[in-house]
Design a protein around this ligand. Structure first.
Ligand code: C5P
Length: 236
């Protein structure tokens, strides 16, 4: 990959969720993985990147864990207040970026706080593939398993054609102005927004799917963390 194909970008990390499905004593992004928090690993790939302009992290107002991390004093990291839903947390971060002089055409990459295994190769792939794209897009992985639609009683209602189904991962990469507008309008309209791409879709755009590595997984359940701990303990 040619470095000249890779544009400058801002990063946004929504980290104000509780992660209740982990059943842990703290939000999942603060659980330990290989001697550091999951969140620190999720930030690494961006903080190590020479094209990063700055990074905003959205945190809960009562978050006692962030100030204890060494990266809390990193001057490239700007804090924003988290909101009720992920989309509110992202919008709050975009407002901070506007204060820092982000321009309408600047690229913004939004990445989950609990997705610590993003590779530099995938990040550069996304940046290079979308550098000239009019909309932007996201890392994603084609569905592998046979998919079933469930009925309310927990039985299979039908088998879904998986050939066109992808799992949406992060980072998701869009222009600052278009993403800000789409998210703000969707929230005002009361539309349910689960990722940035869905806000862009609602606004009439078709984000590009860029195939990434399946192991860029979001830690959601205890077994995800067990799997990653095991994997990292054996890597060279
Ligand atoms: O809960 P889930 O894993 O889907 O959350 C995805 C990301 O959104 C996480 O990084 C989480 O911390 C963040 N989030 C947030 N504000 C919320 C809810 C989730 O920043 N209100």
């Amino acid at each position: 990959m040619n470095q000249a194909d890779i544009p400058f970008f801002w990063a946004v990390i929504p980290a104000a969720g509780a992660g209740a499905r982990m059943r842990a004593d703290r939000p999942k992004q603060y659980l330990e993985l290989a001697g550091r928090t999951i969140l620190e690993h999720s930030l690494d790939c961006f903080l190590d990147h020479p094209q990063l302009k700055g990074l905003v992290i959205s945190l809960s107002a009562d978050d006692p864990y962030w100030p204890a991390l060494s990266c809390a004093s990193d001057e490239r990291i700007i804090r924003a207040d988290g909101g009720k839903e992920r989309a509110d947390s992202v919008l709050s971060a975009l407002l901070r970026l506007a204060e820092r002089g982000a321009r309408a055409n600047d690229w913004v990459l939004v990445h989950d706080a609990a997705r610590p295994n993003l590779s530099r190769f995938d990040l550069d792939l996304l940046l290079a593939e979308l550098a000239d794209d009019p909309v932007g897009g996201l890392l994603a992985v084609p569905a592998r398993d046979t998919l079933k639609r469930a009925s309310a009683d927990g039985r299979v209602a039908e088998t879904v054609d998986r050939s066109l189904i992808w799992q949406a991962y992060t980072p998701q990469m869009f222009r600052f102005g278009a993403l800000h507008r789409a998210l703000a309008d969707a929230l005002v309209a009361g539309v349910a927004i689960t990722d940035e791409a869905s806000a862009m879709e609602w606004a009439g755009n078709a984000p590009r799917l860029v195939e990434g590595r399946a192991d860029n997984l979001k830690i959601t359940r205890p077994e995800d963390l067990d799997w990653l701990r095991q994997r990292w303990s054996t890597r060279g």
